[in-house]
Design a protein around this ligand. Structure first.
Ligand code: SF4
Length: 338
């Protein structure tokens, strides 16, 4: 599925007809899953992705990022992370989760115990495999500017990651540095090369991918114009192209009024339907576009993952989104859905 998503992203531009067709297809899929599992069946069948944010802060100040850098700098406690993993192993209802993403708004590699988290995942995977339980695949997304030999060793030796992604925006070293404010292309290049080298020496290496954000007037093929950028792109197993977006209206000055209700072909949100996000401070929000926890629905571990997924506030949001009433939800009022 991810491979297909990457392929489509590399072959459709922001304003293409294919892009609108995909939006309609995504609405149709939302309705299918919403009625089949949320309304008529077992809602947990829609719980496919869990985002866990190790830290809520970042060393970069990228243009087009909605992370609020004035909020207190929080790190997830390792015992909370252990709790989450234990709960996934114990609660059969959570067997539907296909992916754990070890990232959200902050830069995960800044957590000094990320290595320990990878070890916990590795033990959990072994336990799951012995007990015949499905444990989710695990991914890590990094801005590729922080290198620790101990982290490279942990990724190589624990075998806990299925996917390691790096954000590589722009299309040239210059545009990379323009978009990724405070980052330097040469540091990124060197850091990512070291991780790739370490990871490829692993017995079961994770897939390496880049996520490349480009400006709306560019086409995916423009990513290959710059020889250095293009050469680097070829080091990955795959890459996804994304266009600059406004994080559901959370970027300053981007809040806009949407049609009310939204037309049928623009309704739905797979992020809301299929995921939960545990932020570094233990607060929980409903989608990974909400980097600052505006869509707060509760805290972990005071509420279990299952309780949070069935949370009444979240269910009410889903029903409103299904009716195209995004404007009735403070978090979603400027967001056309993802
Ligand atoms: S519609 Fe709401 S829940 Fe969905 S991505 Fe936008 S802000 Fe998040």
């Amino acid at each position: 599925m991810r491979k297909l998503k990457n392929f489509i992203s590399r072959n459709t531009s922001a304003d293409s007809v294919a892009s609108s067709v995909l939006r309609s297809a995504s609405s149709t899929l939302f309705y299918y899953r919403y009625f089949r599992h949320q309304i008529l069946g077992n809602p947990f069948r829609n719980f496919l992705e869990l985002y866990i944010e190790p830290v809520g802060y970042c060393n970069l100040r990228c243009r087009w990022c909605a992370l609020d850098h004035s909020k207190p700098k929080k790190r997830m406690d390792i015992s909370i992370f252990q709790n989450i993993v234990d709960e996934i192993l114990k609660d059969k209802r959570l067997q539907s989760i296909r992916w754990i993403h070890l990232h959200n708004g902050g830069e995960s590699t800044l957590h000094p115990q990320l290595e320990e988290m990878l070890k916990i995942v590795s033990h959990a995977k072994m336990k799951a495999s012995k007990g015949g339980i499905n444990f989710p695949k695990v991914s890590l997304l990094s801005n590729g500017t922080v290198y620790r030999p101990s982290l490279a060793d942990a990724i190589r030796n624990y075998g806990s990651l299925n996917l390691l992604r790096f954000s590589m925006d722009g299309g040239s070293p210059e545009s990379y540095e323009y978009i990724r404010n405070r980052a330097r292309w040469d540091v990124f290049r060197e850091t990512v090369l070291k991780y790739i080298e370490a990871v490829r020496a692993s017995e079961i290496p994770p897939q390496i991918e880049f996520i490349c954000l480009i400006q709306n007037h560019l086409k995916p093929k423009d990513l290959k114009r710059n020889p250095e950028f293009s050469k680097f792109l070829r080091l990955s197993d795959d890459y996804e192209v994304r266009y600059a977006h406004d994080w559901g209206g959370q970027l300053p000055g981007t809040s806009k009024a949407l049609p009310y209700p939204l037309p049928l072909h623009r309704r739905g949100c797979r992020l809301l339907l299929n995921s939960l996000v545990l932020l570094a401070d233990g607060s929980v929000t409903v989608c990974c576009a909400d980097l600052n926890g505006k869509g707060f629905i509760g805290t972990y571990p005071e509420n279990s993952l299952a309780e949070l997924y069935l949370n009444i506030k979240r269910s009410q949001m889903l029903h409103k989104i299904a009716r195209g009433r995004n404007a009735d939800i403070s978090l979603c009022k400027s967001c056309g859905g993802f």
